[in-house]
Design a protein around this ligand. Structure first.
Ligand code: SF4
Length: 72
């Protein structure tokens, strides 16, 4: 899985860190950054993306297909 945080959408709410604290940190602009994409299992990473109030976290599978947010 690949995790991408859309910085323009992140409001620093911290929900992703609450769900997957070993994956993300907030940087000095209060934007989430991925420090350890292996810091949680796939399910927890998906849950962290779902927890984001602004849907700032995009998840891609190993083939590069977007799996969250769900498209079409
Ligand atoms: S939950 Fe969303 S808005 Fe909050 S810090 Fe994480 S990416 Fe940013």
């Amino acid at each position: 899985m690949r995790i991408e945080v859309k910085r323009d959408l992140c409001i620093g709410a911290g929900a992703c860190l609450a769900v997957a604290p070993d994956v993300y940190v907030l940087d000095d602009e209060m934007k989430a950054v991925v420090t350890n994409p292996k810091g949680a299992d796939d399910n927890a990473i998906l849950e962290s993306a779902k927890a984001c109030p602004t849907l700032a976290i995009y998840i891609y599978d190993d083939d590069g297909k977007q799996v969250f947010p769900i498209v079409g």
